[in-house]
Every structure is written in C-alpha cells, then in structure tokens.
Design a protein around this ligand. Structure first.
Ligand SMILES: Nc1ncnc2c1ncn2[C@@H]1O[C@H](COP(=O)(O)OP(=O)(O)OP(=O)(O)O)[C@@H](O)[C@H]1O
Ligand SMILES: N[C@@H](CCO)C(=O)O
Length: 317
C-alpha cells in the first residue's frame, strides 16, 4: 500500500528568532506549497523518482538526494530496535525551490521520514523522528537547526526548546495575520548564508535579541498583536544577509508604506515575508512583489496563513 506524506513550506527565524522560531505556511488560495513523498513498495534495490515543478533542480543521482539519506537514517534507527528495513521504491514530488528560504530540504526530509514511519507502522515517536529530521537538515546546512523541520512536521508557530525531553513547543498564533511570501527565483545556499554571519555579537545586540524574543512570546500569550509586531526585527542575520537579496530594501519600504506590520527574510532567503492584518493589504503587497521582487520564471508569491496542521500522511493522498 502506497503511503504519501505532504510537508508544508516553512519560514525559519521569523526575523526575531534566529534558529529559535519557525512557522508552517498554507496559501489562502488552497494551493499546496510543500513537497510530497511516497513510499510505494519494498523492492530489491532502493529506487527514487522525482516529479514536480522543481524536480529538474535536484541532483541526478538518487543517492545524492536527501530522501535517500532519510531512508538510510531511518533504516539505522530501526536496526537499533531490531527491525530490518528492506530497500524501498519512493517518489518525491519536488514542489519547493531549492535554496529558497522556504525550508525546501526540510520539506523533503519531513515528508520522507513521515511517509517511511507510516509505511512501517509508526515505530518511531514524534521526538525520535524530529531528532532524526534535525540531524539530516544539519547534514545539508552545516549545523543542526530545527526551525524548519519542527514547524513543517508539527505545524503552527514553533519555539525551539531543544532539551532532552522536548525539541519544540507550540506557541499561540494570531488568526488575523496574513503572511505574504515571495520567492525571487534566485537560489541562496543556507550553508553559505550561515557562514557569512559573525560568530560573536556585541552585548548590545545580544540584549536586544533576548528582549525582543521574550516580549514576542509574552505578547503571543497575552494576545497583544501590536506589541508582537513591534519586536519583529532581525538584529542577527538580516544586516548581513540582505546584501544577498536584490531589491530587499525597496520591498521592505513598499510593504511598510502599505501598512505591513512586519517584513523580513524567510529563513536564509531569498524569499521575503510581510505580515498584514487584512487580506487586501496582503494581496496588494503580493502584487507589488510579483512585479518588483521576482527576478525570473522560477519566482512566485502567495498570501498565506499559518498552517496549523503541519505534515499530512495518507494512504491515498
Ligand atoms: N530533496 C531535496 N530537496 C532540497 N535539496 C536537496 C534535496 N536533495 C538534495 N538536496 C541538496 O541539498 C542542498 C540544499 O541546499 P540548501 O540547504 O541551501 O537549500 P534548502 O534547504 O532548499 O534551503 P531553504 O531551507 O532555504 O529552502 C542542495 O545542494 C540540494 O542539491
Ligand atoms: N535558521 C536557519 C533557517 C534556514 O532556512 C538560518 O537562518 O540559517
């Protein structure tokens, strides 16, 4: 029986929470914005076929696809439980662009592991799966960060806890907020965008980062949208990364002139996001970004809400 998992796009950092905050995205149009991975059947040799809009951007060798590493990692975890996993035939529908800032590798990893786990009767619990997802994401970006895999798998707005007991905790969200996202069509390597950041920050920046994050979480729990929006600025990555993004300052200036509540880089970019409290403003910003931020035929924009469901697994998706 074929098992298919859909894992949504995600925004890491959310400006103010570098590596600590992430949220899952669902276009209000109802379109899917995420990868789908199917486990079709057991076979004698591992097989992977790629379909979808961005399949042609994937490595040609299936063994260089992160989905293969997911299979290898999953097999090793099950071996520790005394369960033997035979090679499988898998399919990846690659709907998210690579190096987009939308958690593209995370989406493939999460969908692959969720589908494998379901196919084998759920031998791994959420915690084990999340730790494995983080490890595989770290393999690609150079260091483990859960701010894409956790919201992608669990849905909602997630705060990275990373304790022995728990990887991630779900935060309250504002249903009134719209998240306009726009991918320019360029590719930014997450590993490279991490390398350009300083290894140390001043005490002033450190205090500002902590203050903002604390106030944001407090504001979410109090339901104070004005306070939450007022601290959504990025003192860690944006000052260094924005030079990688063509037309970033103009895009921010336009979004702010239209009354957006916050504007920033999604993950390591080049996707940007704007938060608005009306569908009309969100659509207006989307239109401007489509006309002025997109650079080539690979780009796109969506008005989204937070995807509170996360990964969906089904035997007949
Ligand atoms: N299924 C896959 N999906 C995405 N990238 C993959 C996949 N398999 C292998 N890769 C490789 O992993 C690397 C992903 O790079 P990177 O981490 O910069 O992109 P990303 O995860 O798509 O970024 P982002 O999180 O910003 O969307 C690329 O070198 C790509 O070729
Ligand atoms: N927190 C990660 C997200 C990458 O999508 C980073 O900004 O490098």
């Amino acid at each position: 029986m074929t098992v298919t998992a859909y894992a949504p796009a995600s925004t890491g950092n959310v400006s103010l929470g570098y590596d600590i905050l992430g949220l899952a995205l669902a276009p209000v149009s109802g379109e899917l914005l995420g990868d789908r991975v199917s486990v079709i059947e057991e076979t004698s040799v591992f097989e992977l076929t790629n379909t979808g809009r961005f399949a042609h951007k994937l490595p040609e060798d299936p063994k260089e696809n992160i989905v293969y590493d997911c299979f290898v990692g999953f097999k090793a975890e099950l071996a520790e439980l005394g369960i033997d996993v035979r090679p499988v035939k898998m399919q990846l529908e690659k709907n998210l662009p690579i190096g987009s800032g939308l958690g593209s590798s995370a989406s493939s990893i999460v969908a692959a592991l969720a589908a494998l786990n379901e196919f084998y009767g759920k031998p791994l619990n959420d915690d084990k799966l999340l730790r494995l997802m983080g490890k595989l994401e770290g393999q690609i970006s150079g260091s483990i960060h859960y701010d894409n895999v956790a919201p992608c798998y669990l849905g909602g707005l997630q705060l990275m806890v990373e304790s022995e007991q728990c990887i991630s905790s779900s935060l309250p969200v504002f249903d009134e907020w719209y998240w306009t996202i726009c991918y320019s069509g360029a590719s930014v390597s997450t590993a490279a965008a991490r390398k350009i950041l300083p290894q140390e920050f001043s005490i002033k920046t450190t205090i500002e980062f902590g203050r903002q994050l604390a106030l944001f979480v407090d504001a979410l729990h109090k339901g104070d949208r004005v306070l939450a929006a007022s601290v959504m600025t990025d003192v860690i990555a944006e000052p260094y990364r924005k030079s990688l993004l063509t037309n970033f300052d103009n895009a921010r200036a336009y979004a702010e002139s239209e009354g957006s509540l916050a504007f920033g880089i999604s993950g390591s970019g080049p996707t940007v996001f704007a938060v608005s409290d009306s569908a009309e403003t969100a659509e207006k910003i989307k239109l401007w970004l489509e006309q002025n931020y997109i650079q080539n035929e690979n780009g796109f924009a969506h008005v989204c809400k937070i995807d509170t469901h996360g990964t969906k697994v089904s035997e007949d998706v």
